[in-house]
Design a binder for this molecule. Structure first.
Ligand code: FES
Ligand code: FES
Length: 160
């Protein structure tokens, strides 16, 4: 199998690795870097469990080849907490009961973060729409959407 050397910045750490050309970014992150927060659900771009943020945008990492991520900056759920302090979204997901089995949660958090980075004051309807690529079998979505809205309101009040 042909391979390529890639340089990537993941959670503020530089990695240089040789990757087979058919290895997905999800496999690379989980197997080569040992970051197992991104989950493998459908493997076909439908469930969002494998979501990571690549150059500021959420991507389904099962649908990106690792070599295509060369030169990019990636954030996985492991990089959300800073200095041992959970990101406000992580804390709110816990406090508001937006987590049940947790399988979808890393992807949900990263999609939510990318929404809040781009749209500081989304409505619940906008959040629901923008998160529809992330599937959850447990929560019925209402708590997740309300929690993201609550954090958006909290962050925009803190910034104003
Ligand atoms: S595992 Fe990637 S979208 Fe489902
Ligand atoms: S909490 Fe179980 S799939 Fe979402």
């Amino acid at each position: 199998m042909q391979s390529r050397e890639i340089h990537v910045l993941v959670n503020d750490e530089k990695y240089i690795r040789e990757v087979p050309v058919n290895k997905t970014l999800l496999q690379f992150i989980r197997e080569d870097l040992g970051l197992t927060g991104a989950k493998e659900g459908c493997s076909e771009g439908e469930c969002g469990a494998c979501t990571v943020i690549m150059d500021g945008k959420p991507v389904n990492s099962c649908m990106v080849l690792a070599y295509e991520a060369a030169g990019t900056t990636i954030l996985t759920v492991e990089g959300l907490a800073k200095n041992g302090v959970l990101h406000p979204l992580q804390q709110a997901f816990i406090d508001e009961g937006a987590v049940q089995c947790g399988f979808c949660t890393p992807g949900m958090l990263l999609t939510a973060k990318s929404i809040l980075d781009e749209y500081p004051s989304p409505t619940e309807a906008e959040i629901r729409k923008m998160m529809e690529g992330n599937l959850c079998r447990c929560t019925g979505y209402t708590r997740i959407v309300k929690t993201v809205k609550k954090v958006a309101d909290m962050l925009s009040a803190a910034g104003s």
